[in-house]
Design a binder for this molecule. Structure first.
Ligand SMILES: NC(=O)c1ccc[n+]([C@@H]2O[C@H](COP(=O)([O-])OP(=O)(O)OC[C@H]3O[C@@H](n4cnc5c(N)ncnc54)[C@H](OP(=O)(O)O)[C@@H]3O)[C@@H](O)[C@H]2O)c1
Length: 281
């Protein structure tokens, strides 16, 4: 059987690097590791370059996306697994967050993922086969203060992915959302801008932004273990791939708690909600 080709965005650090490192050691697949600066991919040099392609990719650059997809097709002929991992964070209150900065975060977290996926879908549709792994977050299911815009990006990823999964399922293409809680990557550090509250009414939230800064690189989650789980799901459980995969104890506990409470609320409101329809004919 021909090698499967994996294409990953944002492999310089964090989850992307852990996954690329794991895949680079597999002899039965092709790895396309992309990054804004490929000199940050030297960690792959020790592995077999017959099966590894390193490419420059900023996911906000549509021309680069096109070039990358063409280069992969030319070299390996297929793209079987797309991992939309590249992403940023932003800490600040809803009212005080910098508009340009959070718009850019939407460009990376949402539009970068959309443009990558749209560029790869024609290949997967032609193959009648493919898996798209989209990095959401527990922040795509549950919201905290001071990360409203980050939640906005990840809830968008959730909605887009859920709908896409229903459109392409019959074409042999599956979508899996990864929903991690805090993992030891660069996300809460260099990959997240912070806007400290300047308005007195929001002063109480300074502490939580500082806490996130101080605890960066001390999170519970291990990105290498996440990479193993993602690889195993895609490789050995493709037929039963979950649409949503929370990762980390906090993520799975929060997801269950949120849906349990939401379900109870919806049940309690059921008759009131249903009463808004036109009378039955
Ligand atoms: N760590 C967590 O606790 C956590 C939890 C839930 C979800 N996530 C999600 O996990 C994903 C990966 O983040 P991480 O935790 O691994 O953080 P990370 O170590 O900071 O990695 C982020 C990656 O995204 C890349 N990136 C940023 N902007 C990009 C762009 N415009 N084009 C291409 N690549 C770009 C970065 O590249 P550069 O080196 O060039 O900056 C880096 O490789 C993100 O989508 C994040 O939202 C993280």
């Amino acid at each position: 059987m021909a090698n499967k080709t994996w294409l990953i965005t944002g492999t310089s650090t964090g989850f992307g690097r852990s996954l690329a490192t794991l895949l680079a050691q597999k002899t039965d697949l092709n790895l396309v590791a992309t990054a804004r600066h490929t000199d940050q991919l030297d960690y792959l040099d020790q592995y077999d370059h017959g099966q590894i392609q390193k490419l420059t990719l900023d996911v906000t650059d549509q021309a680069q996306i096109k070039d990358v997809v063409k280069a992969v097709k030319d070299r390996f002929g297929t793209i079987d697994v797309l991992v939309n991992n590249a992403g940023l964070g932003y800490f600040g209150t809803f009212e005080e967050s910098d508009r340009d900065a959070v718009r850019y975060m939407f460009d990376v977290n949402v539009w970068g993922l959309v443009d990558m996926t749209r560029a790869v879908l024609p290949i997967m549709r032609q193959q009648r086969n493919g898996i798209i792994v989209n990095f959401s977050s527990i922040a795509g299911l549950f919201s905290f203060p001071t990360t409203s815009f980050y939640h906005g990006t990840k809830y968008a990823v959730e909605g887009l992915s859920e709908s896409l999964a229903k459109e392409v399922g019959e074409l042999g293409i599956k979508v899996m959302l990864i929903e991690p809680s805090g993992f030891r990557t660069d996300w809460a550090g260099r990959s997240s801008q912070k806007a400290m509250p300047a308005i007195d009414d929001y002063a109480e939230f300074k502490g939580s932004i500082e806490w996130n800064e101080q605890t960066a690189h001390h999170e519970d989650g291990d990105p290498d273990k996440a990479a193993e789980i993602i690889y195993d799901q895609v490789t050995n459980h493709a037929d039963t791939l979950p649409l949503r995969l929370p990762l980390g104890k906090f993520a799975t506990d929060m997801a269950i708690d949120k849906y349990t409470k939401t379900l109870a609320d919806f049940k309690q409101l059921h008759d009131l909600s249903a009463s808004a329809d036109q009378p039955e004919k």
